[in-house]
Design a protein around this ligand. Sequence first.
Ligand code: UFG
Length: 336
Amino acid sequence: MPASDRSSILVTGGAGFIGSHTAYLLRERGYPVLVYDRLSNGACPAALVEPLVRADLTDTQALEAAMREHKVEAVIHFAASIEVGESVRAPLAYYQNNVAGSLALLAAMHRQGLDKLVFSSTAAVYGNAAFDPIPERAPFAPSSPYGHSKAAVEQILADHCATGGLNATALRYFNAAGAAPDWGLGERHQPETHLIPLVIQAALGQREQVSIYGSDYPTPDGTCVRDYIHVKDLAEAHILALEMLLDGGHRGYRAFNLGTGQGLSVRQIIEAVREESLRRGDRDFLVEEQARRQGDPARLVADASAARSALTWHPHFSDLQTIVGDAYRFFAELTP
Ligand code: UFG
């Protein structure tokens, strides 16, 4: 069936970083999209996909009315609190937003007869994994309330799918990065805690310096290694997972890692931003080595071979230059 003949796709958290890029790409592909977001962090993307329902997930009246009025057929669920550090300080808020919010959504879907869901999960469910690269079969060992909340929702989904009441795919992202400046979209977190935006802000003179959290890790240059994946490649994976559900190509529950399988160190990221900054004639910036940040594993790299074979997903934008170049352009040209 052509995408434009379908009923709507509900995108919870569709004003957030990955949600907004996915909503935009869905609309580009001709899907009717309904964004459902409470706009709680105050930073709304310039290119927000309309229509938008501004409400909380636990507002089941608003949620079910949106599902009925827009003839929703499937849901992509991003809405969540996402900061590891904040989750340690405010665990109840994380379980409320992430677990209770997801339960409210699942109950509403059940009452409205909806049985197709793509869920935004995270590599944080693995914690300090004993595998390298990390496959989906690695046991869950989250090291933060954030990771626990996502792992709990995955368990709920697996149990619910086992009853036959739901077909769901969870996508576990490694380090989401990049931007889509041509779409008017990028990363805006308040406060910002992620490495790439912080380094770019330093290069743009918006921050004094960059901190390296730990230079004594057992990695080639002593700094943490992560698997950075471009947000446009993540958006594509959501659409592939959605289409398998819509076409009946997948029933029950399953989960996929999304990453490149290639690790990059904190120093490599800083150097790539420095190069881009000098190429653009922006300023150089100071780098200071600090103590380790609590809870950071030395190396987190995905084994994403299952997503490649089962979803036919292949990252096209996740080389370091494209990730840094797109993120830089977003901050330099599109961020007030
Ligand atoms: N880092 C610095 N200096 C900074 C900020 C970060 O050295 O100013 C380092 C961190 O210690 C880490 C790396 O850069 O080693 C990446 O840090 P980010 O905060 O950008 O990302 P994380 O790897 O901590 O977290 C990301 C997502 C989480 C998700 C996790 C899963 O942001 O939501 O991956 O592994 F849970």
